[in-house]
Design a protein around this ligand. Structure first.
Ligand SMILES: [Mg+2]
Length: 424
């Protein structure tokens, strides 16, 4: 008797569905979301599919579609999709701590076998009710079978399918109807090789001798065979362990020769990485700075130097980290070189709550807390280049701008693009 099962939660046409959450006018309509730079269709609703729109189709081709006027085309708004994805994971976290984010719109969960179908229905209702996103849920004894169940759930009105409730002979029949190309982990090349061995369905694959599969294919395919038989071989990869180190290293847009600019850049990078430390609730006790000119043809002999400085105690405040980075950069700087890369490395992180604060004076602690709070509140509203110590907040970064003609607002991540409800 199995006491736990795998569930996969999968949002229907994620990008298009998110757009429909925020714009009721496009609900029930054919919606297509375009790739970066509005190149081609990456996601579409069932209504768009019914009009013959295909995934990967270039946008310019669709401009001449006979029913062009009915179709809604939107630029991709990844910030919005990512935020909705994080919200979905937060909801799943409220169901069980044992989940794995598999892609932007899919997550695996471990749920008790008892009442699994009811749990799946509850998850679906909660995500639908709280986020407005339609999901399907597949439940089975293994991840590979859960993916099969999710495909089946798509066809069912309740949008939930639990293969553990289906009798074994019936599961066999379901797998015999299931194309091997649609099995999780079986790509086009494997599909072609399997076809040569007259394996065209998941059922046929499941009946192969695992030892023979290992010898003629790979251990990975052997694992798939066992998974299709209901034996779980691919465990849940829970949320990543806390970070042990952090690196912020960038190639500079143009080579830098000026000492002040090198020092400012190191300080700016240190402030960025400090913000990241705070987001992950980690603190650094050692700062390393790395300067490199690369081996450019024009810059002469390359220079590649690094140095490190221990702090009195671990911190994630902007000021001490920026000061240490600036001091190191000043020490490492040598005139006459064109610096092309600058990196900040924090090699040995500890949990934020482990910092005692006993080595920092009360005055410095007050300053750091106030500065950090101010920086975090301003940057969360106006973006990370809005404020900073030294020149970190002044510098206008040359940002590579994407061409996005028809992007929806960043409803959930920018104050100035919040949805406005009109009161009459
Ligand atoms: Mg999906």
């Amino acid at each position: 008797m199995r006491d736990e099962l795998f569930a996969i939660v999968d949002v229907d046409s994620m990008y298009a569905s998110v757009e429909q959450v925020f714009d009721p006018r496009i609900r029930g309509r054919p919606v297509c979301v375009l790739s970066n730079n509005d190149g081609c269709v990456v996601t579409m609703t069932a209504e768009a599919k019914a009009l013959g729109v295909e995934r990967g189709q270039p946008w310019f081709q669709l401009r001449n579609h006979p029913r062009r006027a009915e179709i809604v085309f939107l630029s991709s708004n990844y910030g919005l999709y990512g935020d909705m994805s994080a919200r979905m994971l937060a909801i799943l976290q409220s169901v069980t701590p044992r989940w794995e984010a598999y892609s932007i719109d899919e997550a695996f969960l471990r749920i008790p076998a008892e009442g699994a179908t009811a749990t799946a229905v509850r998850i679906r209702e909660r995500i639908g009710g709280w986020l407005g996103l339609p999901v399907k849920v597949g439940v089975a004894p293994s991840k590979t079978l859960a993916k099969v169940a999710a495909k089946r759930a798509k066809q069912r009105t309740e949008r939930v399918d639990n293969l553990a409730e289906v009798e074994p002979r019936r599961v066999q029949a379901i797998l015999d109807e299931f194309p091997v190309a649609d099995v999780w982990g079986i790509g086009p090349r494997l599909t072609a090789r399997l076809a040569a061995h007259e394996v065209g369905s998941a059922g046929q694959l499941a009946r192969l001798d695992p030892g023979w599969v290992r010898r003629n294919y790979t251990v990975v395919v052997e694992r798939t065979v066992r998974e299709l038989r209901g034996i779980s071989c691919i465990p849940l990869e829970c949320s990543p362990p806390p970070r042990r180190q952090m690196v912020h290293c960038r190639a500079l847009g143009k080579p830098v020769t000026d000492e002040h600019e090198v020092v400012d850049t190191a300080s700016t990078f240190a402030q960025r990485i400090a913000a990241k430390l705070r987001r992950h609730h980690r603190a650094a006790g050692l700062v390393q700075v790395w300067l490199s000119s690369g081996g450019s043809y024009y810059s002469g002999a390359p220079i590649d130097v690094h140095g490190s400085q221990a702090l009195l105690e671990p911190t994630n405040a902007a000021r001490p980290l920026a000061l240490a980075a600036a001091r190191l950069a000043r020490r490492l700087y040598q005139p006459g070189y064109q610096y092309r890369r600058i990196g900040i490395i924090l090699p040995d992180l500890v949990a934020e709550h482990q910092v005692t604060g006993m080595w920092t004076t009360a005055k410095n602690r007050t300053i750091d807390e106030a500065l950090t709070a101010a920086i975090d509140s301003v940057t969360s509203r106006y973006g990370k280049a809005a404020i900073g110590l030294g020149r970190a907040g002044v510098r206008t970064r040359a940002e590579w701008e994407m061409k996005q003609q028809v992007r929806s607002p960043a409803y959930t991540t920018r104050w100035d693009e919040l949805l406005v409800a009109h009161a009459r």
